[in-house]
Design a binder for this molecule. Structure first.
Ligand code: NDP
Length: 326
């Protein structure tokens, strides 16, 4: 029988790749959205534009429990992928507490409560984050490491996870979490550094821009490709028993390495175009968090396929195409 999935955050990077993956697997795909996505002029339409006719979008407000309930009862999804989030990591000083908590915690709470109260037989996946851990951990991070978030974003994710665990352990709900390390793609927002670089490479190549301003180019992360990560999300939902898994690559690379690969791919010398801007340096951004992916490798036979080099090529190729059309 054809399976049905419901994705929150379907218009985001991961939501869009996951939709494509599930459509390929012949799922019926529904998505919760916050705006009216039928408008042609809407900027955030771009990630789902090519397959929008194949999916079902429902406009809901994250606090509208009644509408969320009615929709879930109507859709009867076999699997719910809860990806909607405010994904900027606001450190405590800049925090807009209400917004981050509303979307990153209260929305999760509402969906879990609707599933429980209405006895909905579904599997629930929650997108956790490496930001649930501090950046003072010396070793690779596995599922047994103690959570100690340093950002409001990480705190909201942790709160969601604690609630998810209660629903799983107390009520037997099939609810799992993927603890996602950084992942990028041509569909990442340009406010994030790798996409900022790939889009700048394309603009410089076509003479639309002269330089790119960056902060700490020695800064390192465990970066993977979103296409690999959504496969892991799907695999997690296919398990008989719910469980939590670290999803990452286990390898670290620097911003500078990415810049070098990205500029090289467009036959440009990165050193000529980068300008260091001290105002872009982030405080408290010291040690990179690195994933230990042994559990997911062993239990789900998942591992990332797309290399860092190919991630850079994919992002630059896509931006070259995008800017060439303008
Ligand atoms: P994106 O920022 O690309 O997408 C976020 C999605 O959430 C969009 O669909 C957005 O809708 C929706 N959203 C944001 N705010 C609201 C709101 N107030 N009400 C309803 N919907 C809202 O994120 P990713 O796809 O990259 O990430 C997916 C998940 O994975 C997130 O939960 C994120 O926290 C988590 N994660 C991601 C990492 C990464 O490196 N990408 C790393 C660790 C965790 P709209 O299009 O309308 O803005």
């Amino acid at each position: 029988m054809r399976k049905t999935a419901l994705i929150t955050g379907i218009t985001g990077q991961d939501g869009s790749y996951l939709s494509e993956l599930l459509l390929k697997k012949n799922y019926k795909v529904h998505g919760f959205v916050r705006r009216n996505y039928n408008s042609k002029n809407l900027k955030s339409n771009w990630r789902i534009k090519s397959f929008k006719k194949k999916i079902f979008l429902h406009k809901v407000h994250i606090h509208d429990e009644e509408k969320i309930k009615n929709l879930i009862l109507k859709i009867r999804p076999n699997e719910i992928y809860h990806l909607a989030a405010q994904s900027y990591v606001d450190y405590f000083k800049k925090v807009k507490k209400i917004n981050t908590f509303d979307i990153n915690f209260k929305f999760t709470k509402t969906i879990l409560q609707v599933i429980k109260k209405n006895n909905i037989n579904t599997r629930f996946f929650f997108a956790g984050s490496s930001e649930m851990y501090s950046n003072k951990i010396n070793s690779k991070i596995d599922e047994n490491c103690r959570f100690s978030p340093l950002s409001n974003y990480g705190l909201a994710k942790l709160k969601s996870f604690k609630l998810l665990k209660i629903f799983r352990e107390k009520y037997g709900m099939h609810a799992s979490m993927g603890i996602l390390f950084n992942h990028e793609s041509p569909r990442k927002d340009t406010s994030f550094v790798l996409r900022k670089i790939s889009s700048s490479v394309a603009q410089i190549k076509y003479g639309l821009k002269k330089k790119i301003k960056l902060g700490d180019i020695k800064s390192e992360r465990d970066w993977g490709h979103a296409k690999d990560f959504v496969k892991a999300m799907w695999l997690i939902c296919q398990q008989k028993k719910p469980d939590d898994f670290i999803i990452g690559t286990g390898k670290i690379h620097s911003v500078e390495q990415f810049a070098k690969l990205a500029f090289n791919h467009a036959r440009l010398d990165y050193k000529k175009y980068i300008e260091i801007d001290k105002t872009l340096l982030r405080k408290g951004d010291s040690r990179p968090r690195v994933a230990n992916i042994n559990k997911i490798k062993k239990k789900l036979k998942w591992k990332p396929i797309i290399t860092f080099n190919n991630l850079a090529k994919d992002m630059v190729d896509s931006d070259l195409k995008r800017y060439n059309k303008r």
